[in-house]
Write a protein that binds this ligand. Structure first.
Ligand code: NZQ
Ligand code: ZN
Length: 390
């Protein structure tokens, strides 16, 4: 095991009915800006009713305009509103897009910037001095944003989708996770969430062997939990046990703990983000064809950990090493297919086969992401992965 430091300050409040505790974690007398999606099922739906009921004695400002893959130009308006209204606290009510939008708004509102994209993403926020305090009611178990300090913001006009893992003050103060809020997720979003959280674990754990048994067995527990509870929820979307375990697995999958293994391969996310920026593919779905192709072309480098995953997640113990690697990769591919998420880029009609590889590589170069990921995937290999993913 390699040396590491790990600290995570987020208070997790988990379970049925826990949204009612909002008034115990946000100080009384504060002016609260709620950020959420623009769709009616959120602006006036059951989750928002519970939020407003818990916050009935607070002064509220609403910014109900976020859509999937939060947009930089829209968030400039959220920042303006937060400053004009002198809000004290921002509450995200939604999934990763809403919470990432909240993180960005809270850090930009607290700094005297011109809200300049380069300031945030190119100068590494080194001049930032803090963020407005914020918390969240998480409604989609996928990104892990509820327990990490990362955010991903898109600027479609420029074809950008950038992630930033910020300083300590970009962790939420608290995250309330009531699994019942996820009952209303459309089947497509449930599937996106399952594959996203599964791939978060895979990227951090199925890299090279580091002798980190604790992190490796936590990884296998999370993958087993996602795999087994996905079978339940795909058939029975209102199964509490299934939803609860998918929620907590997603939270644990990207809260910094597994990164203490050090060796990871986040190249799947780096490539997936460019596919979303270029073709509007949902985040979770953008990863699946790339993850499958990555495993096939990187299986020699990742062999030890693929065998570990086969044994401890899918109980694959018979056969030669090569046979077990093959069986494990087939199990993963079958699992992705079972969720209904497309496993090939050729499924998407708006992807032009003649130039998508060049376009993705151009963006990766623009963001200084080549060689790609911690295993330093070369330009040539990245092109092969993208080709096999089609
Ligand atoms: O807009 P409506 O129709 O209301 O639908 C919403 C939303 O558009 C719907 N939804 C969410 N909760 C629901 C619900 N519908 C019914 N019931 C509920 N309880 O789901 C749609 C998608 O939501 P979104 O927030 O976009 O999904 P997700 O949580 O997957 O977030 C994706 C964003 O997070 C970033 C992604 O890149 C993407 O921008 N990520 C953030 C990370 C982080 N902060 O650490 C890491 C991730 O890898 C990821 O990159
Ligand atoms: Zn993800």
């Amino acid at each position: 095991m390699k040396n590491f430091e790990f600290q995570n300050p987020v208070k997790i409040i988990f379970g049925k009915g826990e949204i009612s505790k909002l008034n115990t974690v946000i100080k009384q007398q504060q002016k609260v800006m709620i950020i959420s999606y623009k769709d009616e099922k959120f602006t006036t739906g059951k989750i928002m009713q519970q939020v407003k009921s818990a916050l009935k004695s607070y002064e509220i400002v609403e910014f109900f305009r976020v859509e999937a893959n939060p947009e930089y130009e829209l968030l400039l308006e959220a920042i303006k509103l937060a400053k004009e209204e002198h809000v004290d606290f921002i509450l995200a009510v939604g999934g990763g897009s809403v919470l990432d939008a909240t993180k960005f708004t809270s850090i930009c509102s607290a700094n005297n910037w011109d809200n300049n994209w380069d300031e945030v993403f190119v100068n590494d926020m080194k001049n930032s001095v803090g963020a407005l305090p914020f918390g969240c009611v998480m409604t989609l178990p996928a990104t892990g944003s509820e327990m990490n300090n990362g955010f991903v913001i898109s600027w479609r006009a420029k074809g950008y989708k950038n992630d930033y893992f910020g300083p300590f003050y970009t962790y939420p103060q608290f995250s309330i996770i009531d699994p019942e809020t996820t009952y209303t997720l459309p089947a497509k979003q449930t599937a996106n969430a399952i594959v996203d959280s599964f791939i978060h674990v895979v990227e951090q754990y199925v890299a090279t062997y580091t002798g980190s048994d604790v992190q490796d067995y936590i990884s296998t527990a999370l993958l087993r939990s996602i795999y087994e509870n996905a079978q339940i929820v795909l058939k029975d979307p209102t199964n509490y046990k299934g939803r609860a375990n998918l929620c907590f697995s997603a939270t644990m999958a990207l809260n910094g703990l597994l990164r203490t293994r050090h060796t990871a391969d986040l190249s799947v996310h780096f490539m997936g983000h460019q596919l979303t920026a270029l073709y509007g593919i949902d985040h979770g779905a953008s990863l699946v064809p790339i993850q499958i192709a990555n495993f096939r072309l990187m299986k020699d480098v990742k062999k030890d950990m693929i065998l570990h995953m086969g044994r401890h997640v899918f109980d694959i113990i018979d056969g030669t090493e090569d046979q077990r690697v093959e069986q494990t990769l087939t199990m993963v591919e079958d699992f992705f297919a079972q969720t209904g998420v497309p496993t090939k880029l050729s499924h998407y009609e708006n992807i032009d086969k003649s130039n998508y590889i060049d376009k993705v590589m151009e963006l990766l170069h623009q963001h200084n992401l080549v060689p790609v990921g911690e295993l330093s995937i070369s330009e040539e290999k990245a092109r092969e992965i993208l080709a096999l993913a089609y």
